[in-house]
Design a protein around this ligand. Structure first.
Ligand code: ZN
Length: 310
């Protein structure tokens, strides 16, 4: 039996969040400062529920633990990926993530965090923080101690459809007026380097300067993204990134096309338009997993999808 596993997202209110997850994606959100939609996640801080079929009502972590055959009998201890949509109404803090090695020893065996961003939409003249200008750790420490944030932080302009890979050790921040789809390792470990001296309920949020300095890569090196693309009159498929942890692709469909699911499992997010998969209706904001044994599937319609696999 062919089962598509549709998921019920988990929403997170954040001081920097807005209401676009409702106005642009049609979700019913918990507050007008909802920052994150955890769309495909089995993380303990936000475990998605299966919406349909024989596993309706079960969490994705339960499914991973009890029906590993659906995921190609993957040996990973936890469901390894986490797909989020982020609505940043105001700037997020400037942060950095550790790698697996550092997180394992310093964060109770957690995974490190490699992540990537697909820009869903952004204000005109929007920018994002990726990288820094310190040539080595000494200069990094000095610039941080002297609070020379403007000199330290690298800003770059963005537009809809841009894509960035954020390796562990990369200084980064999403700025206000930006919505992104994030594909990441299933980890929630973030070191906050600078929070624009903002107050949250009268107090600054905690910073993690020492751990940040430990893990920040010096000097910063940009990661090249983009890969093969192929298509015909019905579709265009483009590889956005392939790294140790995930492969992410974008499919733009305008018509009808058959594909083969030959991965342990395939995460799919509809980011624009609508259509069908094997006769089941799809719309912007839907997220689902095609399990290991799914085989061929037919997509139909006018829509953009972000797909990922390990
Ligand atoms: Zn991050």
């Amino acid at each position: 039996m062919k089962n598509i596993l549709f998921l019920e997202p988990v929403f997170k209110s954040m001081i920097w969040g807005g209401n676009k997850l409702e106005t642009k994606f049609g979700y019913s959100i918990p507050s007008d400062h909802t920052g994150e939609c955890w769309a495909i996640s089995a993380h303990k801080n936000g475990d998605c529920t299966i919406k349909n079929g024989p596993y309706e009502g079960k969490t994705l972590s339960w499914l991973w633990d009890n029906h590993r055959e659906l995921f190609g009998n993957s040996q990973e201890e936890i469901f390894p990926l986490l797909i989020k949509i982020i609505d940043a109404k105001s700037d997020l803090s400037i942060q950095v993530h550790p790698d697996d090695e550092y997180a394992r020893t310093r964060e109770n065996g957690s995974l490190g965090k490699t992540e990537c961003w697909y820009i869903l939409e952004c204000d005109e003249d929007a920018k994002i923080v990726i990288g820094h200008n310190a040539k080595d750790k000494e200069e990094l420490k000095e610039m941080i101690a002297q609070k020379r944030w403007q000199d330290l932080i690298r800003l770059r302009p963005i537009k809809k459809g841009d894509f960035f890979q954020i390796n562990p050790g990369t200084v980064h921040a999403i700025k206000g007026g930006t919505m992104i789809l994030e594909t990441q390792q299933s980890s929630d470990i973030t070191y906050r380097l600078y929070d624009y001296d903002r107050l949250d309920n009268g107090k600054p949020r905690e910073l993690h300067i020492d751990k940040s300095i430990d893990v920040i890569q010096c000097p910063h090196v940009d990661v090249e993204v983009g890969g093969n693309s192929l298509g015909d009159e019905a579709y265009h498929m483009e590889e956005l990134i392939k790294c140790k942890y995930y492969t992410v692709k974008k499919i733009s469909l305008h018509g009808e096309k058959e594909f083969d699911q030959n991965q342990p499992f395939l995460n799919v997010s509809v980011i624009e338009g609508s259509g069908e998969i094997d006769g089941t209706a799809l719309k912007k904001g839907d997220h689902f997993i095609l399990p290991s044994d799914y085989g061929t599937y037919q997509l139909k319609g006018n829509m953009d999808l972000i797909v990922s696999h390990i």
